[in-house]
Design a protein around this ligand. Structure first.
Ligand SMILES: Nc1nc2c(ncn2[C@@H]2O[C@H](COP(=O)(O)OP(=O)(O)OP(=O)(O)O)[C@@H](O)[C@H]2O)c(=O)[nH]1
Ligand SMILES: [Mg+2]
Length: 282
């Protein structure tokens, strides 16, 4: 499965970022804590080369806390890499991460500090901005591509912060990365095949989170042997049926993905630093 989803506003944002980055003091790269590597945009890394960047692993409440610890340790061991994990609606955590960023800036006292918030779609950039502002100034939503334009907000302590639209890159490869991004909710529904994504997610859940599956879906009784069986059983039990009682795989797939994305199945991470090292060995 190849995913291509690079609508016009993303290209515009890329051009805008290129021009704006040089005028900012630091960049908050908002990653999804469940997929800290897959959600790191190579375009953004290239554009921000040489700029102070703080990796914010947001949505930590949805991620496997053991895996988040592994990721933070992993980033700590990289040179010039700063990373923290937060929940985007938690005021103290969000401010702590911003203050951490500010503490690393070589400050020009003649003007305000400028910080840019960047990342792929749906990682919580606007939510973080609203939390910092203490009011809803940016539109948010649990589908990608909510923000369409850059937006500047003045915060206390002489800080200007810029929210930007989430951007991806023209062709998402390798396939595993495309699946992870799609399963997390970073890619528009119109660009993905739910059945494919549910198969990928089902296999991941069966392999790494069987206990969570059994808790969420007690009607399973025993662990299904593969993703196909899992989707069918969930579909049957949850009434995703076509005429004649045949399981509607598309509906069952959507249900599984929705429950995975919203944390109903539990705290799930899609990748660990070890997976990433293993992938680069291939
Ligand atoms: N569980 C959880 N949900 C979060 C968190 N932060 C943001 N969200 C939710 O994630 C969804 C996306 O949030 P947005 O702030 O719109 O994301 P964005 O990065 O601005 O998205 P685009 O503008 O489309 O690029 C919303 O439903 C938020 O409520 C978090 O820390 N935990
Ligand atoms: Mg936004």
């Amino acid at each position: 499965m190849t995913i291509q989803w690079f609508p016009g506003h993303m290209l515009e944002t890329k051009t805008l970022l290129k021009a704006a980055i040089s005028k900012t003091d630091a960049v908050l790269e908002i990653l999804d804590a469940r997929l800290p590597m897959a959600s790191a945009n190579p375009l953004v890394s290239r554009l921000c080369k040489g700029k102070l960047m703080i990796k914010i692993l947001n949505k930590k409440d949805l991620a496997d806390s053991e895996h988040t610890k592994l990721w933070l340790d992993y980033f700590k061991n990289q040179t010039d890499t700063y990373a923290v994990s937060i929940e985007g609606t938690e005021k103290s955590q969000v401010w702590e991460s911003l203050n951490y960023c500010v503490s690393k800036i070589k400050r020009n006292r003649a003007r305000k500090i400028r910080i840019m918030v960047v990342g792929i779609p749906n990682t919580g950039k606007s939510t973080i901005l609203n939390t910092l502002a203490g009011k809803k100034i940016a539109k948010t939503g649990n589908v990608p591509a909510i923000t369409r334009h850059n937006q500047r907000t003045s915060l206390k302590n002489n800080i200007d912060i810029y929210d930007t639209p989430g951007i991806l890159w023209p062709i998402i490869e390798p396939e595993k990365r495309a699946y992870i991004l799609a399963a997390s909710g970073a890619i528009a529904d119109t660009a993905i095949d739910y059945n494919d994504i549910a198969f990928f997610a089902g296999n991941l859940l069966l392999k790494h989170y069987p206990d969570l599956l059994m808790q969420r879906y007690p009607f399973l009784k025993t662990l299904p042997q593969d993703a196909q069986a899992l989707i069918e059983k969930v579909g049957t039990a949850r009434g995703c049926l076509k005429k004649g009682g045949v399981v509607n795989i598309q509906k069952a797939s959507q249900l599984l993905i929705r429950e995975l994305r919203t944390g109903k199945i539990g705290r799930i991470s899609f990748e660990t630093p070890k997976d990433m090292e293993d992938d680069t060995k291939i």
